[in-house]
Design a protein around this ligand. Structure first.
Ligand SMILES: [Zn+2]
Length: 182
């Protein structure tokens, strides 16, 4: 606990109190990010965003499972209510979920097996597997009626990013192609 309390002390010294006072009245984030719970992947840090800018859902493996109320309620709130302009999946290098999927039978924890068992196994190198995994999540995101409608009205852009931990490179999937963000 000490580590968390110490962290709060640091936060309160640095926090922009005026910004928080404004935010206390409501939020208007520009983007929904579905990212991984992985401690190394911090959407706000990667996208240079402060409080109030990103509506973030994190789970094991950045899954956009359309049968999971945690996912569908986050998308409904962000897209339907907050009217975010972008909804993106943030996949990342060395993703433990993608690695675990390739040897699920060896995973002891039943909840992890249940969470990941519906994901497809990908051949090829880990980066390719993670990127294919991300594309699957994007397809699911785009299949949600609310997302489809907002996109067709031109109110929402969907997307997929891959963040490489080792090099800090960010790749964007657009029009069927991966390109490095520069
Ligand atoms: Zn991950």
């Amino acid at each position: 606990m000490h580590k968390l309390i110490e962290g709060y002390h640091h936060f309160i010294e640095e926090a922009d109190r005026n910004r928080y006072r404004d935010l206390a009245r409501g939020q208007a984030p520009h983007s929904l990010v579905i990212g991984c719970s992985d401690s190394r992947i911090i959407p706000e840090a990667i996208f240079g965003a402060g409080p109030g800018e990103l509506f973030v859902l994190r789970n094991v493996g950045n899954l956009c499972r359309v049968d999971d109320p945690a996912v569908t309620s986050a998308v409904a709130y962000a897209v339907g209510h907050l009217k975010v302009r972008n909804a993106v999946i943030l996949a990342h290098g060395d993703c433990g979920a993608v690695k675990a999927r390739s040897h699920l039978e060896a995973i002891d924890e039943e909840p992890i097996r249940t969470w990941l068992c519906e994901e497809g196994r990908c051949d090829g190198c880990l980066e390719e597997a993670i990127k294919a995994w991300g594309r699957c999540q994007l397809e699911r995101l785009e299949s949600l009626p609310l997302v489809e409608e907002a996109r067709s009205r031109g109110d929402l852009t969907t997307g997929l990013f891959y963040f490489d931990l080792e090099t800090l490179r960010l790749d964007r999937y657009d029009d069927g192609l991966w390109q490095e963000v520069r």
